[in-house]
Design a protein around this ligand. Structure first.
Ligand SMILES: C[S@@+](CC[C@H](N)C(=O)[O-])C[C@H]1O[C@@H](n2cnc3c(N)ncnc32)[C@H](O)[C@@H]1O
Length: 237
């Protein structure tokens, strides 16, 4: 039995473990301006209450959620390619969000919104249960050191939360270029009751599973990494 002190420490840790560290990073003047000028058009403010997605997008349509979109280039590419779907991107890195907003404006997209907040909280609080058609998690931070593995966003509670937000028949798409993360994902999936592995691929950047190439994928390939892709189907109980 853990003593009282251990219990309090582990509860504190549970509340504070994040899958990211806020990097100050360099933000350009244009990205900073985009974050204020374009936010009213594309931005979703943080609030711990469920969003009215039909109201947010001004229509009813299949909804795709992308977690950790980085600089947003592949998110924009998908939103432009599938105008019949709505895309909600979530990121915490402000320069990346600014970059994405500039591209969204240039592409005149009407089916894209972005949230600048911890995706785990957005998922838990703002996304209504059963409202999402597809969730994309492309090249999540690998946290390669063993002592940091607890920071990996893919954990049993993330899978449980993702499954709850997906509509019946919905899917979760994952890609990584870190062999040790791929192993972790396979192990998680073997024990997970919410998803069925519909497809799994290992390749050299030449056989991606229904997605564009991303910035971090290119970076990984440049280092000689392999790529792993999964398409997981939600199991409806
Ligand atoms: C390795 S990058 C991959 C970016 C992009 N998907 C790609 O493939 O080029 C991971 C991104 O996830 C973001 N991220 C990590 N944890 C997050 C969280 N809890 N909520 C939102 N974004 C997160 C990071 O800020 C970072 O931009």
């Amino acid at each position: 039995m853990p003593d009282r002190k251990q219990l309090i420490n582990s509860m504190r840790e549970e509340r504070t473990i994040r899958s990211f560290v806020k990097r100050s990073g360099r933000i350009t003047r244009a990205q900073k301006a985009a974050l204020s000028d374009l936010w009213p058009r594309f931005g979703v403010d943080w609030s711990p209450r469920p969003l009215d997605l039909d109201g947010l997008f001004g229509r009813s349509a299949p909804r795709v959620l992308e977690i950790g979109f980085g600089n947003g280039e592949s998110l924009i590419e998908q939103a432009a390619a599938y105008p019949e779907s709505d895309f909600l991107g979530i990121e915490v890195h402000e320069p990346g969000a600014g970059h994405c907003l500039l591209l969204a404006d240039q592409s005149k997209l009407t089916n894209l919104r972005i949230a600048l907040h911890d995706a785990q909280e957005v998922l838990q609080w703002q996304i209504p249960d059963g409202s999402i058609h597809r969730i994309n998690l492309y090249f999540p931070d690998p946290w390669p050191k063993k002592r940091h593995h607890k920071r990996r966003i893919l954990q049993p509670d993330f899978l449980e939360s993702a499954a709850r937000k997906l509509a019946p028949g919905g899917s979760l798409h994952i890609a990584t270029d870190w062999e040790n993360y791929a192993l972790h994902i396979d192990q998680l999936l073997a024990a997970d009751p919410h998803f069925r592995v519909a497809e799994r691929r290992e390749h050299s950047g030449d056989n991606a599973l229904d997605r564009p190439m991303t910035k971090f994928e290119k970076r990984g390939l440049g280092k000689g990494h392999r790529i792993w892709d999964w398409r997981l189907e939600k199991i409806s109980h």
